[in-house]
Design a protein around this ligand. Structure first.
Ligand code: GDP
Length: 366
């Protein structure tokens, strides 16, 4: 059809016929894939079948702050619970640079080769909130494990308080176990608080130390050492071997000063080299010896029951805290009270008391 503007009425204006345009600029552009969402039963079935893609998606739900996701996640966890508990849960801690990722890569490959089964590597990084994402449990740091078909590596959940982050990791352990992972590593940085969280979800707590740092007692932050079931001095290779031996004997001496732990297991101190793969076998012999020991003296179940109780209280704390801080009126009043306290118009105690009073009165009205 001739363009209407070429009519005599629009003298002096000539509009040429256009060419037919293709429907999209780039016909090869990928269509946006609609994210598949599953029902609770589909998630559970996928996890129990060992489907790692569905497991990953379920873990994403566990980590989500969206309340609707949380509801589904909790139902999935509840249904997976009867299939969980059958793994060996190992906590691995050490300061940055101690060689955690190098070691985990070697440890993991060693275990998978020797015993088969499946390994999940999870992480808790309390600093990740600030750095917006954690490097712990990062696949690129564990070259061999990352491409191993029987491993599942998941970095630390990023958002929330340490308690919240740790709770999510603990729930992820349950999902991994239901998916058939019979070995779980939980990695954390050796800075204090996070060890307590990891310790409360694993069967064996391995502390990686370095010799020759000029501060031999780096880990003799007493609390952390007391939690360790095994202390391993890494980088025992080349010229460093004598220093590692020396550090090991210092740690052994220091451990003697501690009371006998509830498990009745005397923590061992070993040296090894994660990078060169020296002494790995011995480290894992120690872990398996421990497992035998605590299964025989029933400490294993006792500890797991105690951990379950700990997490019940942790969940109560977390939910109460969230309910309080997510309350709208509290949010408004909190800012005012904060100003009052900062400017000495009110004491911290009275301000807290008034905020709680408001919160409880609102709860009662419901
Ligand atoms: P992470 O921060 O604790 O995860 O430590 P990494 O595994 O990233 O290791 C830190 C550095 O120490 C890297 O440069 C590693 O190559 C090195 N490293 C790790 N294990 C060993 C070891 O057994 N011997 C030696 N000589 N170097 C190691």
């Amino acid at each position: 059809m001739e363009h209407p503007e070429n009519d005599n009425h629009y003298k002096g204006l000539k509009v040429n016929k256009g060419v037919v345009q293709p429907p999209v600029v780039n016909p090869y552009r990928r269509k946006r894939v609609k994210k598949v969402t599953f029902t609770v039963d589909e998630y559970v079935a996928g996890i129990l079948a060992g489907d790692v893609t569905i497991l990953s998606q379920a873990v994403t739900l566990v980590e989500s702050v969206n309340p609707q996701h949380q509801v589904i996640a909790q139902q999935v966890i509840e249904k997976c619970l009867p299939y969980s508990g059958h793994s060996m849960r190992i906590g691995i801690s050490g300061v940055p640079g101690a060689g955690k990722s190098t070691s985990i890569d070697k440890f993991g490959i060693h275990l998978l080769k020797k015993f088969g089964g499946k390994l999940a590597v999870l992480a808790i990084d309390p600093s990740s909130e600030r750095s917006k994402g954690s490097i712990l449990g990062d696949k690129t740091r564990m070259e061999e494990l990352a491409v191993h078909p029987d491993s599942f590596i998941r970095p630390s959940p990023a958002a929330g308080s340490l308690g919240g982050v740790a709770r999510k990791t603990r729930e992820t352990i349950i999902l991994c176990e239901a998916a058939g992972f019979d070995k779980v590593f939980v990695e954390t940085v050796g800075v204090g608080q996070s060890e307590i969280a990891v310790h409360s979800m694993v069967d064996f707590f391995l502390l990686i130390q370095l010799a020759n740092t000029g501060d031999e007692l780096q880990g003799i932050k007493r609390g952390i050492m007391e939690m360790a079931d095994g202390i391993v001095i890494n980088k025992a290779d080349g010229d460093n071997i004598p220093y590692c031996d020396l550090a090991a004997s210092r740690f052994r001496n220091a451990l003697h000063l501690f009371p006998v732990p509830d498990s009745k297991w005397t923590p061992k101190v070993l040296t090894y080299s994660g990078f060169y793969g020296i002494g790995i076998e011995e480290v894992w012999k120690m872990v398996y010896d421990y497992m035998d020991f605590v299964k025989k003296n029933h400490y294993f179940e006792k500890k797991r029951r105690r951990q379950a109780k700990y997490w019940m209280y942790e969940s109560i704390n977390e939910q109460l805290r969230n309910s309080f801080f997510n309350n709208e009126s509290i949010g408004t009043m909190l800012k005012e009270k904060e100003e009052d306290v900062l400017n000495d118009r009110e004491s911290s105690f009275t301000a807290a008391h008034e905020l709680l009073e408001l919160y409880f009165s609102q709860i009662q009205k419901r």
